[in-house]
Design a protein around this ligand. Structure first.
Ligand code: UDP
Length: 236
């Protein structure tokens, strides 16, 4: 089986890590995600992962705390998730490196693009933690940025629904799923894909975004080997 891409960036939100608990880490769920990533490595595809932190903390929901402090807590939360994923991957003998945008030398390398590229060349999974290292951004924007930096051909945005809908499928029975949608439509209709900064960055650089359900068994590998699933966000 051949992959349609040689390098991809997988974006995992923090909520993908907590299973049904709604908070924190769920070992079985993380183990399942690790097997998805392993499937990609076995295809010979270079894969980097950006992890969110929403299963612990989101800066914008932190009430009257200074936003810069709240966002720093959020960025540090992503390092916790990165360590959990690293552990699960290495249990399956997948070699990994974590690179953090906030220096944390004892637990992760600092983000150094050239070094990240070298790891990918060697078939290691690079886990980008710490977001962009700046407040007021999200890990979706981090995903777009790192994908462009490493020359990924696509972002695979893992979610807990099977694509992008015209309205919330949990609230409306008649919600319709898009097979494909343009960046502009996403921005103009406020569709829930990634935040607008991230979508704009992808649009300006023509980087396709595949939105899919990470809970579906083998989804990442199936997507890479050509199966139609989820929603593709691209140019018009
Ligand atoms: N964050 C930040 N700068 C970044 C990336 C993340 O300040 O470049 C903070 C922000 O507070 C955010 C939190 O880290 O709410 C966790 O990231 P995110 O909300 O993107 O996680 P996800 O929703 O993907 O789990």
């Amino acid at each position: 089986m051949e992959s349609r891409f040689h390098t991809i960036l997988l974006k995992l939100s923090g909520e993908a890590f907590c299973g049904t608990k709604g908070f924190g880490l769920d070992k079985d769920t993380i183990g399942q995600i690790a097997r998805e990533v392993q499937g990609v490595v076995e295809l010979g595809v270079r894969i980097a992962v950006v992890i969110g932190g929403g299963n612990f903390w989101r800066g914008r929901e932190a009430g009257d705390m200074a936003r810069t402090t709240a966002d720093t807590i959020g960025m540090i939360a992503t390092v916790i998730n990165a360590l959990a994923l690293q552990e699960a991957l290495e249990k399956n003998r997948v070699t990994t490196r974590i690179q953090s945008a906030i220096e944390m030398k004892q637990v992760a390398e600092p983000f150094i693009l050239r070094r990240a590229l070298r790891h990918l060349e060697k078939g290691r999974v690079v886990i980008f933690a710490g977001g962009t290292g700046n407040p007021y951004f999200t890990t979706d924007t981090t995903a777009a940025l790192r994908a462009l930096e490493i020359g990924a051909q696509a972002i695979l945005k893992a979610t807990l629904v099977d694509g992008v809908y015209d309205k919330d499928p949990h609230k409306y029975d008649d919600a319709e799923k898009f097979e494909e949608v343009t960046y502009l439509e996403v921005l103009q209709r406020g569709l829930k894909v990634m935040d607008s900064t991230a979508v704009s960055l992808c649009m300006d650089n023509k980087l396709p975004i595949y939105v899919f359900n990470i809970r579906e068994y083998g989804s990442v590998k199936r997507l890479l080997t050509g199966e139609k699933m989820g929603t593709l966000v691209k140019e018009g």
